[in-house]
Write a protein that binds this ligand. Sequence first.
Ligand SMILES: [Cu+2]
Length: 165
Amino acid sequence: MEKLRAIIVPILLLAFTGCGGDSSSPRSAESVTSSSPTSSPTPAKLIHHDEPGPAPAGAIEEVMKDIKYQMPAITAPPGRIVIHLVNKEVPPPPGLCINGGNLCKDHTMTITDSAGHILAASAIVKPGHDSVFVLDDVPAGSYLFHCSILAHASAFGMKGTLTVS
Ligand SMILES: [Cu+2]
């Protein structure tokens, strides 16, 4: 009898410690329902695609050089917006470009709302290459854009504004 109790007690202790610390379940539900009523409605994710070939007439040309957008403020009417992304960086010498790092000088254009939510993102454009970045049905509003490659936006200031009106 004494021997049996010696076995059962440690099992019970194990059972209690095993399910301890599980007291935080309501937290996730709370964060889902809490939304700030003052924020403006987020536009739907922009429909975009990267088209091969030369830029069509009327495209906005954005030259990317020295880890900067040469035109940091773009304005366009609502609707279809075509941006010709031209990477005019000199390709880095062999050995400097490691795993798509900052020094590869690859660039993108990622468009966000003012809160930083990503609405559209271009393909990566390598030095000496270009890409046609098409945004369909863009509603009027103020948008931000930046290069998504590592520290190009944060450390080099590769960012800008897109005003659609
Ligand atoms: Cu970049």
